[in-house]
Design a protein around this ligand. Sequence first.
Ligand code: AMP
Length: 140
Amino acid sequence: MAYDPNNIFAKILRGEAPCFKVYEDEMTLSFMDVMPQAEGHTLVIPKFPAENLFDLDPDFVAAQAKTTKIVAAAVKRAFDAPGIMIAQLNGPAAGQTVFHFHTHIIPRSAGIDLALHARKLADFDLLKKHAERIKAELAD
Ligand code: AMP
């Protein structure tokens, strides 16, 4: 499948769609997942076209991992999360629904099940507050 430049994350990167941004650097952008599976569910994406892991320039992988680690640490502190799940889906058969590479950062607590994947839109005021909490931790 060829990369679709009109996927929602490409639109976010071009400023054509909004996002609740928490972090960015030269190569990556991180923002809140609008249909979170847990409070604090955050995404990290490359700032260039790549549909999935197999489409990624190997030289870029370290930049993605670095941002994922920085943001995951801030999410962990912001939500006082005992655990953090990092997930990354490749292809519809694996459950991928947005075809621009991304890493999920999802806070986990023992005994609390995840909400269903990409199912229920969160309250935008709440997402904004969650983004502020994460940004405050990133600023420390
Ligand atoms: P995946 O199924 O791994 O491709 O994950 C795509 C994720 O993107 C899902 O968790 C969706 O909830 C999330 N998502 C879809 N549209 C948006 C959007 N406009 N802003 C932020 N997250 C989104």
